[in-house]
Design a protein around this ligand. Structure first.
Ligand code: TYC
Length: 101
């Protein structure tokens, strides 16, 4: 047998679980300026102007918005970096993470 063999696979292929992805969620608050939220989104999550504005407005209107999904460690690092960026300016802006269903 070689790479060009067209026989169907007969040996068991054990199913491997993919690690679950985690959502980064932007939470609304009454104090952080809209402009600043957009800047944080663009800086930490590398999304464009329009997308950042839409995500910010969705959180503003509905209370929260999913920003993106990543492997757990990446999601947690980005959420705390983004939250810290706001904390340094004295804003209460918060990002959280949760596993995808
Ligand atoms: N609600 C804020 C304001 O009116 C703006 C804002 C939007 C803050 C989204 C946080 O996740 C947020 N200035």
């Amino acid at each position: 047998m070689n790479e060009t063999d067209l026989e169907p696979r007969t040996r068991a292929r054990p199913k491997v679980e993919r690690p679950r992805l985690h959502k980064v969620i932007l939470l609304n608050d009454d104090y952080t300026p809209r402009e600043f939220v957009v800047t944080v989104l663009k800086t930490e999550f590398r999304i464009g102007d329009d997308q950042a504005y839409r995500v910010m407005m969705t959180a503003h209107r509905r209370g929260a918005c999913v920003v993106a999904v990543y492997p757990r460690d990446v999601a947690e690092t980005k959420a705390s970096r983004a939250t810290d960026m706001a904390r340094r300016k004295g804003y209460p802006l918060m990002f959280t993470t949760e596993p995808e269903e």
